[in-house]
Design a protein around this ligand. Structure first.
Ligand SMILES: [Zn+2]
Length: 237
């Protein structure tokens, strides 16, 4: 803890959860942009980035644009309806993003979003899921960025994994919650988040995907149950 050069107490937009972050928005963005740039070079060297003019790339970009627009459209409303709250909900870290969306030639069904606005979606997701389901997956990843999970103190790797596993899983469920709200704001039915997990579970069963020994993600069943619970419960976690 003594090594900490920067920490802030912030409030997560949408869930109002208070948390400690260990990086300023600027250093968070610098760190993840440099990591993403290196990773993108590896993908490019392996010819894994699908042509941006390919119909699937265009489809993913179109879906992501709706979610990104919804994120910025709803944030000011979310941040201003309780201006007296201290500390205020953190949204300034989303300013100045240079959003880009790429499609990766990969059979897995997955997506990622790095601070700075870099979204990568796998071809497996695009092949097997509907527009609304893809939108939820992207919205979930943007939810991690909105909540600054990558700068949360628990992500600093100072703590043994078994001790902080519940907190990792809570981050996933918080991203599900924010993602579901963004999904609705982007013009998709929020119920699709539940369908996404049902389909993901069916695919995993069909392809005998083994469970990892220490699952960072909660089970699909638990995530569905949590999406259906009262969002006010976040403040007590
Ligand atoms: Zn996640």
């Amino acid at each position: 803890m003594a090594a900490l050069r920067h920490y802030d107490r912030e409030v997560v937009p949408y869930t109002n959860r208070t948390h400690i972050v260990i990086r300023s928005p600027q250093s968070e963005r610098q760190l993840w942009e440099s990591r993403y740039t290196k990773q993108k070079k590896i993908w490019a060297s392996e010819s894994r980035i699908v042509d941006p003019l390919h119909p699937d790339s265009v489809r993913v970009r179109r879906i992501a644009e709706k979610v990104i627009r919804a994120t910025y459209r709803t944030l000011p409303i979310n941040s201003s309806h309780d201006g007296t709250k201290s500390p205020k909900r953190q949204t300034s870290h989303l300013e100045g993003f240079e959003w880009e969306v790429i499609l990766l030639n990969d059979h897995d069904h997955n997506a990622l979003c790095a601070p700075g606005g870099h979204i990568a979606v796998t071809a497996g997701l695009v092949e097997q899921f509907t527009d609304a389901e893809i939108a939820f997956c992207i919205a979930h990843e943007i939810g991690h960025i909105v909540a600054r999970h990558y700068s949360e103190i628990l992500y600093a790797k100072w703590f043994p994994l078994p001790l902080i596993l519940p907190f990792f899983q809570r981050s996933e469920m918080e991203a599900d919650h924010i993602g579901t709200l963004l999904l609705g704001a982007a013009g998709f039915h929020p119920y699709t988040s539940l369908l996404f997990f049902r389909k993901a579970a069916m695919i995993e069963r069909a392809f005998w995907v083994p469970r990892v020994s220490i699952p960072l993600h909660p089970s699909h069943k638990r995530r569905v149950e949590h999406i259906c619970t009262n969002p006010k419960s976040w403040r007590r976690r």
